[in-house]
Design a protein around this ligand. Structure first.
Ligand SMILES: Cc1ncc(COP(=O)(O)O)c(C=O)c1O
Length: 377
């Protein structure tokens, strides 16, 4: 099963970057969405304070205080009351929970064995579904439809077989945002055809105009399974801390599955996470910082007459490549000058024709990269 999967595309990008750096070129890395901003001091302090003499296995259900803090955050942010005891479970970041979800809930014997995934997309939805021995079909996200799926285009046979449908707004890689009504419509469809909507909400906090909605705000949230994380909101990728919010049956299945895998965040990380979910000041600071970096790049790209599609929220800019270039050739062209971007094709064939800038270099690095790009674009 593992051998059948191709190399995770970013591994190839890392190799190309290393070769360029070895040739003495200064690298500005807009490739992977791994924030390099410092984590807030209060969060770091909470982690250090929680380091005890002894360190036992963390329970899969997580600290009750952490679940309460997450529940309180969801209430403040989305005005939805989620039961911390029955409808929430902390996760080791969100990637592992996204990857393993099909394994936990898809049961071939029921005839519901199809997982629908967007394309372009974060590759883990598809990889996880294949690993869970589910069938996978993709649906395209195009600029014409605002990078939202055309729900009417899902065939009736797919609707019948579908166990899970993955969505991700604000979207990686396109930066598109879904309106609140989109979730209402999806939840109706999910009830009608008995499937779960898996909503990856890793980027809900990186916005620049108005706060994006959550699938939890759908009129009927019974079939909504929400994955969120501190990685981007609080620049805590290395801590590995997120959560799943869903109905009590789904959470109960995860409570049964997760102790076998052992992916609860360490207790000291959970203590730091309580501080992170309880504070918005550092998140606002983070948003302002991304806003400034975004303005630097947008000014240049617009002046050079590049089309920036989607890109309303997240740390990404989804940029059309110039005529005559493919995603890969344009990315190679930029890499020659030391600027690393992710070719859109890494996210699936519908990503061809775009490159993605992840605004993760520091503000001074972004300013220096703009000078380099000024000369090569
Ligand atoms: C769309 C999306 N979902 C989920 C994740 C996983 O983040 P983490 O496992 O750090 O929570 C990422 C990370 O880049 C992402 O881009």
């Amino acid at each position: 099963m593992l051998a059948a999967q191709t190399v995770y595309p970013f591994v190839r990008l890392e190799e190309a970057k290393r070769r360029r750096a070895a040739a003495g070129v200064t690298i500005f890395d807009f490739g992977m969405g791994d924030p390099r901003e410092p984590t807030d001091d209060r969060i770091k302090g909470a982690l250090v304070d929680a380091l005890d003499e002894t360190s036992g296995y963390p329970a899969a259900v997580g600290l009750p205080e952490l679940r309460t803090a997450i529940g309180a955050w969801i209430l403040r942010r989305f005005h939805v009351d989620v039961d911390p005891e029955r409808e929430l479970i902390p996760t080791y970041g969100s990637k592992e929970a996204i990857f393993s979800f099909a394994q936990v809930v898809v049961d071939e014997a029921t005839g519901k064995d199809l997982v629908l995934v967007p394309e372009p997309a974060y590759p883990v939805y598809e990889r996880g579904a294949l690993f869970g021995r589910a069938h996978v079909e993709t649906f395209p996200l195009t600029a014409e439809s605002g990078f939202l799926p055309d729900l009417d285009a899902i065939s009736s046979s797919a609707l019948e077989r579908m166990a899970l449908l993955w969505i991700n707004y604000p979207n990686n890689p396109t930066g598109a945002v879904a309106p609140r009504e989109f979730y209402d419509r999806l939840s109706e469809l999910a009830v009608e055809h008995d499937f779960l909507v898996c909503s990856d909400e890793a980027y809900t906090e990186l916005w620049f105009d108005e706060p994006p909605a959550s699938a939890l705000q759908a009129r009927d949230r019974e079939r909504m399974v929400v994955f969120n994380t501190l990685s981007k909101r609080s620049s805590m990728t290395g801590y590995r801390s997120g959560f799943v919010a869903a109905n009590a049956d789904v959470i109960s299945a995860l409570r049964k599955y997760r102790p076998s895998v052992g992916t609860a965040p360490q207790t000291f990380v959970q203590r730091a996470s309580i501080v992170a979910w309880s504070d918005e000041e550092h998140v606002e600071r983070n948003r302002r910082l991304y806003g400034r970096k975004r303005a630097l790049l947008l000014e240049l790209l617009e002046r050079k007459r590049f089309r920036v599609a989607g890109s309303r929220a997240t740390m990404y800019l989804w940029v059309e490549v110039p005529p005559g270039e493919t995603s890969e050739t344009f990315a190679e062209h930029l890499l020659a000058a030391g600027v690393v971007v992710a070719p859109g094709s890494y996210f699936g064939p519908a990503g061809e024709g775009y490159v993605r800038f992840a605004l993760v270099p520091t503000e001074p690095e972004c300013a220096a990269a703009v000078e380099v790009l000024e000369a090569v674009l």
